[in-house]
Write a protein of this length. Structure first.
Length: 421
């Protein structure tokens, strides 16, 4: 009998053996990649737990299918299901053109207060990559999901609201930095202490629980001192206040290194030299994007704000094969709500062709199983996907970049993954 996942009084997720999990197939290529992925999920659960665990899938509507059937892009019943069952998984959704919801994904994040966008970036051997040593890229990005310029507080030049705000800033606040004030659109970038702390707290806890070497706070605080700079400072203060004995700040690490006289080359060596503590450091965003190419092995968990996180997530995904293989999740670690999703678009011209790579949804399911504590199923899928790619049995995106590969359709790729479990 199916049951609901819920958050226990101890702040930990309680997952029954037969949980109900809502899903959205998605638009465009969504049905193709979902139908392949769900077979992989069910095969892994069956193989890992021998029938003692099973997911009850609950289909809900959003995007084009919802609009065509109900006249709404995001029906209230779908939002209620996401709230009620805590965990859900979805394919790519169309962003409505014109008025209404700016983005269905953003609407979900804001309604459920999914303040962490979690993006693990890992290389699978055999995946075509522009990097010389892509296997050195192994990072988990914690992107703040609810603030920054993605809060959507902006005003178009020429409107009454823009004129009113401009008048206030110029005449009452004494702002003199508008170069062309009468043709300026204005956006506001909110960054709160509470929002910053809960994001960075989640990143540090993840690093500690998974025995990872470092958390890097990525920011542009050298220019935006009171938003991005404050984000960095609040992060360091939180680390020292809430995780004493478990972390080393970068300043503490530099002092320890100087006193010990050690010459360490990478984070793993640093970690062992300071007794297993997680190093908390920071990097300016533009420099981080450079270092992620030159020395990716020096970075493990990344904590950053919304816009930086958007750039960084896709840039790092390109280093390990592109967003076609990049999973993602949007999580509220306090309430337990989590939406796992494909990170790519709908690719409508390939809809119903059964040709596209389902790995983004498959690996998002791996993240979901890990979040649920079903790690045996997660590991089965991860290893099977890796084996399938190493065997060069792949979909068209990878096949076009490989020598002597075997071209598979979306459904055939799922068959191969299941065979390789």
């Amino acid at each position: 009998m199916a049951e609901k996942i819920f958050m226990g009084t101890d702040g930990k997720l309680v997952v029954p053996n037969n949980p109900t999990i809502p899903f959205i197939e998605g638009d465009g290529i969504g049905p193709d990649i979902w139908n392949a992925s769900v077979r992989v999920f069910e095969a892994a659960v069956q193989k890992a737990y021998g029938g003692t665990k099973k997911i009850e899938w609950l289909k809900v509507l959003a995007g084009e299918e919802a609009f065509n059937k109900t006249g709404e892009w995001m029906p209230e019943s779908t939002m209620q299901a996401f709230k009620e069952y805590l965990l859900s998984i979805k394919g790519p959704l169309t962003t409505p053109v014109g008025g209404g919801i700016r983005s269905l994904n953003v609407a979900l994040r804001q309604e459920l207060d999914l303040y962490v966008c979690l993006r693990p970036i890992k290389y699978f051997e055999g995946v075509p990559s522009p990097m010389w040593q892509p296997e050195k890229v192994n990072m988990v990005i914690f992107r703040e999901n609810t603030e920054d310029i993605y809060a959507g507080i902006e005003y178009m030049t020429g409107t009454d609201d823009a004129k009113k705000l401009l008048d206030f800033l110029v005449n009452e606040m004494g702002v003199k930095k508008f170069r062309f004030p009468y043709s300026t659109s204005i956006g506001i970038k909110p960054v709160s202490k509470e929002g910053s702390e809960r994001l960075i707290r989640s990143a540090i806890r993840y690093a500690i629980e998974n025995k990872l070497p470092s958390v890097t706070i990525v920011h542009k605080g050298n220019i935006m001192k009171y938003t991005e700079g404050a984000f960095k400072n609040w992060g360091y203060e939180l680390a020292e206040r809430e995780f004493p004995g478990e972390v080393y700040t970068w300043q503490q690490w530099e002092k320890t290194k100087k006193e010990s006289g050690e010459n360490v080359a990478n984070e793993e060596m640093k970690l062992s030299s300071i007794g297993g503590k997680v190093i908390i450091k920071d990097a300016i965003a533009d420099n981080f994007l450079q270092q992620a190419l030159l020395a990716p092995q020096d970075y493990s968990v990344i904590a950053t704000l919304n816009l930086n996180g958007d750039y960084i997530s896709d840039a790092l995904a390109a280093q390990v094969g592109g967003i076609g293989i990049a999973p993602g999740a949007n999580i509220n670690y306090t309430t337990g709500h989590a939406v796992f999703e494909a990170t790519h678009g709908t690719a409508p011209r390939f809809a119903n062709t059964n040709t596209m790579n389902p790995c983004s949804v498959i690996l998002s399911g791996v993240m979901m199983f890990e979040y649920m504590g079903w790690r045996d199923a997660a590991e089965l899928i991860t290893n099977a996907v890796g084996r399938t790619i190493r065997n060069k049995t792949v979909t068209i995106d990878f096949y076009n970049l490989m020598k002597e590969g075997t071209l598979l359709k979306t459904s055939e790729f799922a068959d191969e993954v299941i065979r390789n479990m």
